[in-house]
Design a protein around this ligand. Sequence first.
Ligand SMILES: NC(=O)c1ccc[n+]([C@@H]2O[C@H](COP(=O)([O-])OP(=O)(O)OC[C@H]3O[C@@H](n4cnc5c(N)ncnc54)[C@H](OP(=O)(O)O)[C@@H]3O)[C@@H](O)[C@H]2O)c1
Length: 253
Amino acid sequence: MGERLRDKVAIVTGASRGIGAAIATHMAEEGAKVVLVSRKLEGLQAVADEIRAQGGEAIPIACHAGRADQRQDMLDQALKAYGQVDVLVNNAATNPHFGPMLSIDERAWDKTFEVNVKGYFGMIQLVAGHLQQRKAKGSIVNVASVAGKMAAPMQGVYGMTKAAVISMTKTLAMELGAAGIRVNAIAPGLIETKFAQVLVDNDAIRSSVVARTAAGRVGQPRDISGGAVFLASDESDYLTGDVMTIDGGWTLA
Ligand SMILES: NC(=O)c1ccc[n+]([C@@H]2O[C@H](COP(=O)([O-])OP(=O)(O)OC[C@H]3O[C@@H](n4cnc5c(N)ncnc54)[C@H](OP(=O)(O)O)[C@@H]3O)[C@@H](O)[C@H]2O)c1
């Protein structure tokens, strides 16, 4: 067990699998008490059990990140359990539409924005409010995507929400800097998770990404978690408003 996040409490959304589970586990390994959030308790419970088995601390809390009342209830439960929150990792996102941008229907559009933009923003409002009330420093890490930095054919509206996350990150970094609250983003490339399964399992897509990736492979969730630990820790005290691209060099050229 490391100590880079000792005495810190971190909320990680989308922590039941994939990138969120890797970030939560890595943070617990560095001494953080971790609040695991997603819609379904079952998956969270399994991650919490694993963290505890390795000597870490974690509690699972079911919460739909796009629903304001559930977000507030989640923060109340987190504060009841651990008394404070120092780190927020906004990671839970959705992409219900895979196809040309103009073919998306309104329901899918609303869902994408509800979770990926309103959800991230609402979580930050709550946690930043709590930090300001405590007059405490804090770190917010928004998991964006390389799809927010460039054209995202077949995932256009998802890409728009990720561009919005990057914009939100930069503005809030400026507005919250004086209060000692840092706001950074991570833009992952193609990472092997359930979310990206259609892309990773498609031989043509996978090999075209790998061919253009300096690292010569698709990423794994653990490839992202080290960056999140760094951004959450005091080691990155002078870093805010940044977008850390972790894509094995896919988008270099
Ligand atoms: N995988 C990639 O290639 C890739 C690339 C770039 C960026 N990203 C970003 O990385 C993040 C994590 O993606 P992933 O690949 O790890 O996905 P994943 O394996 O599908 O995991 C998604 C997580 O989010 C939770 N979730 C989904 N909707 C939610 C909601 N409305 N409220 C609360 N929790 C919700 C899921 O649990 P429940 O079902 O229990 O809610 C699950 O824990 C996302 O922000 C995604 O955009 C991924």
